[in-house]
Design a protein around this ligand. Sequence first.
Ligand SMILES: Nc1ncnc2c1ncn2[C@@H]1O[C@H](COP(=O)(O)OP(=O)(O)OP(=O)(O)O)[C@@H](O)[C@H]1O
Ligand SMILES: [Mg+2]
Length: 227
Amino acid sequence: MHNLEKVYGSGETRVNALKNINFTVKRGDFMLIVGSSGSGKSTLLNMIGLLDKPTSGKIIIDGVDTTTLDDNHLSSFRNSKLGFIFQFSNLLVDLTVLENVTLPRNIQNTLEGAEIEAKVLLKTVGLESQFNKFANKVSGGQAQRVAITRALINKPAIVLADEPTGSLDSISAETTVQLLKSLNRKLNQTFIIVTHERPQFGEVDKIVTIKDGKLIEGELVGDTHIA
Ligand SMILES: Nc1ncnc2c1ncn2[C@@H]1O[C@H](COP(=O)(O)OP(=O)(O)OP(=O)(O)O)[C@@H](O)[C@H]1O
Ligand SMILES: [Mg+2]
């Protein structure tokens, strides 16, 4: 990220949500973005995920300056390189667990082989007995594991998650964190995670804190800065 700025609105409603953000993430890193409510975490994640465009600055992923891509190239770049996990699993309830996972491949017309890959991934997250259940018949924690599997089906280089444990009880949250960390080690994918639950994640490769739209490398505990 090079000198990222994001301004929402104008005049009296103008919000300078990100100010002069600079940082680098290495391939395979497990990184957390922390900070208080309204500090700009989701705004930053949406920029990294190419879901929204910065007002100025550059986002370079795998050597590509994504800010120069037109909308078509941007969406194909996003579909091939990035995977998303949100606070709520956002599964389609009319589809089975397996169909939810293969949905991104169905949309892209690359369904061939997807079912086998999806089954392998679903086994990894402990859902081998749930393939054919409808998505509204699984628990919240299981639904989040389905959503994680769906985010991984395209083998994205970067997995982005906004509060992935935010809607889970502490046991499901712990399982989800361990799962994200083991997938990160096994698949050498980069994980960038926004969280309010910093302690749940234990040791990680990198942490940045956002405060009033500005980035601080490391974390703040009270007023103390831990690099
Ligand atoms: N679409 C938008 N239009 C206008 N202002 C916005 C928009 N999205 C976010 N903001 C503002 O930008 C700032 C940062 O919001 P953001 O959602 O990034 O915070 P956050 O750190 O993710 O907060 P939380 O922890 O509560 O999810 C806030 O002041 C918010 O009101
Ligand atoms: Mg947010």
